[in-house]
Design a protein around this ligand. Sequence first.
Ligand SMILES: Cc1cc2nc3c(=O)[nH]c(=O)nc-3n(C[C@H](O)[C@H](O)[C@H](O)COP(=O)(O)OP(=O)(O)OC[C@H]3O[C@@H](n4cnc5c(N)ncnc54)[C@H](O)[C@@H]3O)c2cc1C
Length: 290
Amino acid sequence: MHDFDYIKAKSIDQASTALLDQPTNSSILAGGTDLVDQMRRGVKTPDLIVDIKSIPELQRVALKENALILGGGVPVSRIYNQQGILSEFPGLETSLRLIGSIQIQNRATIAGNIGNASPSADLVPILVALESKATIATGNSKREIEIEKLITEPGIIATEPGELIENINIPLPKGKSTNSYLRFTPRAEMDIAVVSLGVSIELEPDATIVHCKIALGAVTPKPIRALDAEQYMLGKRLNIETVKEAAFLINQSAAPISDIRASAQYRLELLPVIGERAIRSCAINLGISL
Ligand SMILES: Cc1cc2nc3c(=O)[nH]c(=O)nc-3n(C[C@H](O)[C@H](O)[C@H](O)COP(=O)(O)OP(=O)(O)OC[C@H]3O[C@@H](n4cnc5c(N)ncnc54)[C@H](O)[C@@H]3O)c2cc1C
């Protein structure tokens, strides 16, 4: 493996300063489950690694009045093991528990899943469907950006040198709401999504859909919402006709590629099936039988 310097940052300021000192070839290290593998394979050859796991602000997990705050350096197993923290977020819990294996979940972070910016990242579609934002920090500044806008292309996020993801801010669902995440993988475990989809939905008491976000994974280079399907669902009752038509419309937003794991055509066949199941799962969460 390529030689590199290593800094274990104790504060955002220290991490940011170190990253700025070497802006062209430094890398943030969280759990390392993507980065270390990429370094071993020579895909990434940073001269400086800045380890952010010991920065206290990045280890925060808090359920506030309006939002769930998840620190950028928190391993995903610490999130789902915290009692009650995900009760409003069944879709997020599903996605966290799908990452790799227990061993991987004890290392992998949400910020790393976003920072790696893989089109098949499991946490991204549900975070987008939940309208989550990332707090991007340096030693002396903070800004917020929607996850949907943060990932710009495969492997690239819209951060400047010296910036890091401090935390993810997920608004608490309102009223009669729920969410779900579903992926298709050829193997049941330790595989990468061929297609995936996150849904977040809010209903009136009579089951009219008042809020709906559907985000797609592994069928576009960067996170994208299924806007045609969302538009169609708004104002409709959540019934079987609505679900089937929305699932059909999801493909209008997809632009899959063919690769070693699936052809584009196969992905287009799968996506409406996964979409229908994910929306049905929301209906089940809300006690609606379709
Ligand atoms: C065996 C195995 C199975 C896997 N299975 C899955 C799976 O099922 N689903 C899935 O989605 N992924 C999977 N992965 C990929 C990986 O585990 C996840 O993407 C994980 O969330 C990465 O988090 P990390 O903390 O390990 O990131 P790291 O490897 O530490 O970092 C990943 C990238 O994010 C950047 N980064 C990290 N933290 C920050 C921050 N705070 N601010 C800005 N940038 C940051 C890093 O610089 C790097 O570019 C798997 C990996 C392995 C090895």
